[in-house]
Design a protein around this ligand. Structure first.
Ligand code: HEC
Ligand code: HEC
Ligand code: HEC
Ligand code: HEC
Ligand code: HEC
Length: 208
């Protein structure tokens, strides 16, 4: 039978079909990828802060304990950011005339808190509690990375529901206290991914 259309039209048709399918697929997958992308989770985004506070010059160089400034992490759901009084405990003497600390002095003498920009911020419908995790022996670095090496704090973990659940479904009995790397290793190699305590994966643990 004589071909109604030239042979190459088949190819054109197939290509067009492929194009439509790919287009449809990316229309579906696009948003799915977007919600998981670092744009949406604001991962790896350093923010400009009202004072150039540098964790390297405090936590790393001067060896000030994380809990010295974020003491609430041990006893409450929030880790909290220190009040200006904590800064002035040192900066009434150290670098007391530094222009970089002008905002800190002003905040202290006027009693107006410094308006730090929030880096990690879960949606309001999620309940998170620092103290249960700290009591359990997790190091800050398990969820925040090595903040002592950051000039400006960045969120290094995705902080998605999947990320929370991943850790909640790993056996933690052998987890060393401070081993972030070990915990990451376990996430990858854990032979049995069973919830240690089933209450950790029930919806109401985190949505209450
Ligand atoms: C001298 C006080 C001080 C010490 C010590 C300190 N921090 Fe901070 N931290 C701050 C201040 C002030 C901010 C708010 C400004 C900023 O984000 O840099 C902050 C912010 C943070 C944030 C981001 C908070 C948010 O908005 O999500 C994290 C996470 C954090 N610190 C973890 C740590 C860890 C981990 C250590 C120990 C390695 C530590 N900090 C040591 C004062 C301190
Ligand atoms: C335990 C003492 C201590 C506390 C508390 C402390 N700092 Fe410091 N800070 C230092 C020291 C020491 C340096 C100098 C570090 C260096 O040069 O390596 C410094 C340096 C700084 C500088 C740089 C100053 C300059 O002129 O270079 C800023 C800005 C600063 N701190 C802000 C803060 C803020 C904001 C807080 C409160 C959240 C705070 N610091 C709490 C000890 C402290
Ligand atoms: C199991 C994971 C985990 C561990 C361990 C952890 N954090 Fe957090 N941290 C988070 C999450 C999640 C948020 C965001 C909470 C929110 O938005 O409600 C957060 C928020 C913060 C904030 C922002 C202010 C606040 O009160 O929420 C600071 C500061 C902070 N963490 C410091 C620390 C310090 C210091 C340690 C160690 C003593 C620590 N975190 C240990 C997960 C963790
Ligand atoms: C690094 C591992 C790890 C990560 C990441 C983690 N958790 Fe947990 N979480 C635990 C462990 C282990 C416990 C059990 C603590 C205990 O009871 O001793 C726990 C306990 C809790 C509890 C208390 C549950 C109860 O009923 O007592 C809440 C709430 C919670 N996690 C919320 C979260 C949320 C929300 C996130 C994510 C933003 C998160 N966790 C991320 C390990 C983790
Ligand atoms: C270990 C903590 C944890 C548990 C358990 C948990 N969630 Fe979540 N959930 C989160 C966090 C964190 C977020 C916000 C981050 C995100 O959207 O991924 C969230 C977001 C959500 C959202 C909003 C999704 C979106 O795209 O905005 C829904 C719906 C939800 N959870 C339902 C559930 C249901 C249903 C269960 C029980 C089967 C459950 N969650 C168990 C931590 C948890």
């Amino acid at each position: 039978m004589a071909a109604l259309y030239p042979r190459w039209s088949n190819t054109v048709y197939r290509l067009a079909l492929l194009g439509i399918l790919l287009g449809a697929a990316s229309a579906i997958a696009g948003p799915m990828l977007y919600v998981r992308s670092t744009y949406n989770t604001s991962q790896f985004t350093p923010y400009e802060q009202p004072v150039e506070f540098d964790h390297r010059h405090h936590a790393r160089d001067d060896g000030i304990e994380c809990l010295y400034c974020h003491s609430a992490a041990e006893r409450s759901s929030n880790a909290g950011v220190p009040s200006t009084g904590v800064c002035m405990g040192c900066h009434a003497q150290v670098y007391k005339d530094s222009p970089l600390l002008a905002t800190v002095r002003q905040s202290y003498f006027t009693g107006t808190p410094i308006n730090w920009k929030r880096v990690h911020d879960l949606p309001d419908f999620v309940y998170f509690d620092h103290s249960v995790h700290i009591a359990r022996g997790f190091d800050c670095s398990a969820c925040h990375g090595d903040v002592g090496m950051m000039a400006r704090v960045e969120q290094v973990q995705p902080l998605t529901m999947g990320w929370c659940i991943d850790c909640h479904t790993v056996e933690h009995t052998t987890l060393p206290n401070d081993a972030w790397e070990a915990s990451m290793q376990m996430l990858i190699t854990a032979p049995t991914r069973k919830p240690e305590i089933t209450s950790l994966v029930t919806c109401t643990a985190c949505h209450r």
